[in-house]
Ligand binder design. Sequence first.
Ligand code: DGJ
Length: 732
Amino acid sequence: MGIRYIEEKKIFHLSTKRTSYLIGLSPEGYVGHIYYGKRLSGDGSNRLLRMEEAPFTPSVRVREKASFLDFFPTEYPTGGIGDYRESCLDVRSESGSIGCELLFGGYEIRKGKPSLPGLPASFGSEEEVETLQIICEDEFFKLKVFLSYSVFPDCDVITRSVRIENAGEQHLKLEKVYSACLDMDDREYEMLTLAGSWARERHIQRGPLQYGKQLVSSVKGESSHQEHPFLALLTPGTTQETGEVYGMNFVYSGNFLAQAEKSQFEQVRMTMGIHPEQFCWNLRPGESFQAPEAVLIYSGSGLGLMTRNLHDFYREHLIRSKHQFAKRPVLINNWEATYFDFDAGKLLAIAKEAKKAGIEMLVMDDGWFGKRAFDDNSLGDWTVNEEKLKSSLPELVEKVNKIGMEFGIWFEPEMISPDSNLYREHPDWAIQIAGRRPSQSRAQYVLDLSRREVVDYAYQCVADVLHSAPIAYVKWDMNRQLCDIGSAWLDRESQGELMHRYVLGVYKMQERLVTEFPDLLLENCSGGGARFDPGMLYYSPQIWCSDDVDAVERLKIQEGTALIYPLSTMGAHVGDCPNHVVGRNTPFETRGHVAMAGAFGYELDITKISEEDRSKIPEQVETFHRYQPLMQRGDYYRLASWSLKKPYDCWEVAAKDGSEALVTFVQVLAQPNMHSRAIFLRGLQKDTEYVLEDTGEVFLGEELMNCGYLIPPEQGDFRSRLYHFVRKQREK
Ligand code: DGJ
């Protein structure tokens, strides 16, 4: 496993536990893609690059460059030279033309993986990961392109990134720089993506791949509620356990484009990178540009294996927070409890009741600063509104701590309200196009984080508040998308850099935050789950999944999110009923069971809910903590999906050593005249006996996995149950 260069074949063989990735060179030095898929024992051959095939024109018998490049499977296609499929790199020269031709110029194989300056990126020790760098050159521009491949054998993941260096004399403009490309022969692939909207993020959608280009993207300045920087191609009929899956995920939080293109020759090109719209990067002589990282994964055993490998990969090689595997506090957030209508008295009343129920942290959400009584002012003025709170922040935190709870606080540091002192002093700090009336969204503008002084100011506001009191947790929100893309600071030539520079500014702030406050638990958020992506996971071990906490809607949101991301990353709370977004009533137990699949908490006024519901909280908190270590490290199996029209939803987390498994079953809609239903467990040891904790019944692992466990019929919609199976202790 690892990376080998086979000189006589001119082939690079990258291999993980179950996969092989082969790169070959054409005689003139084009870097071709030979193969990605099930692990090979041999090294393949360059024959698979089909370099000798002539175009199908009766008059032409030899290979011609244009037609050759248009079907040559390549590692990194460039625009303007005859490959008419999607390009990954478009370089505009001083003369105004686009065209760049990359030929192999050398390589380097090293243990470990270098970090990407200014960008989130996966990591691993020298024992865990190996990196190949292929150097390509465009002779005409004296442009160097470094293609990096890092191989993580245990998770079957290969990450890719690209750096472009201008070693020539021209002022070049990068109009498109993608991070990854995968060329394959079509196998009637289906395309799977995650789609949604505010309050219904990341629903799984799937359909046949057609000729032409099919893509998901965002030009909103964030990864977005609507589409997600993830794309998978599946062989037809792929299930959780069968079929082949090629997945790509982008470690980036801004504009992206992820595309599959089926071409005239039944070839498929998968590409992923920064969206080229509103992007133009100046690359002056001596400068270089680093594109973000893309994660590639292949599974020959269905979607389930892809999911488990990605969970392991993100847990071990992307999320840095010390909180990742630590006991996470169960929190209560006052947003849906009070919205903007709160003071210290109300918060303390919530804290006291919450403490009695075993909840461990109080989070003060939006509305504590400036003169904010509604959402139309004060973003940027991060001074505590003591008049509204009827308390200073240190006093409030002290009182909450005295009650026996930790304290957390909400910020939205990237924003500026037109009605704020900050805007009155620095109108040019907002992203706006000079001379045009800018668009407000939620009555706010976005700060120009391409500007160092703005990043410094916004960061310092957060840091000053955190220094003023013992604050254990920050919810970092971002409630509008970017438009009117103009910076008063960047020159005319650099305006096309703003969108990417904005994201780099966000990363800079979060890097400073986690460095200066290493104990802080940071939860990212974006109007619900609009920036739930691997980029943000590098800084925060949990991200608010959605503003919709309805237990039924959350089934689809959390299924889509958990297809890629570990359960412990999904901020998930028990809300009040009727649910504030959909108006649905669901049992308190079910809300608890669904939220316990993620980073657990409450989003309600505990002083106002019924005594009956309140009395259930201590047990929920206890249950969450009991199973949290299993959920943080275990293997996730999707057993049934409400999203696939089953009347129920069911998932399991099994310990990696097969010692226990927790199954969550949610009967969404009751059906008339039903008998018990079998669910088939996974990840157990077949010859081992397991005890079902609640009933004491004993089952053999193979029985639970092959014959199934029978879920008894039950009346009533939205009912849920947890089933905990534990390996039977041998009698001494
Ligand atoms: C959007 C978040 O998703 C909510 O939880 C809440 O924090 C509001 N913003 C506050 O404005």
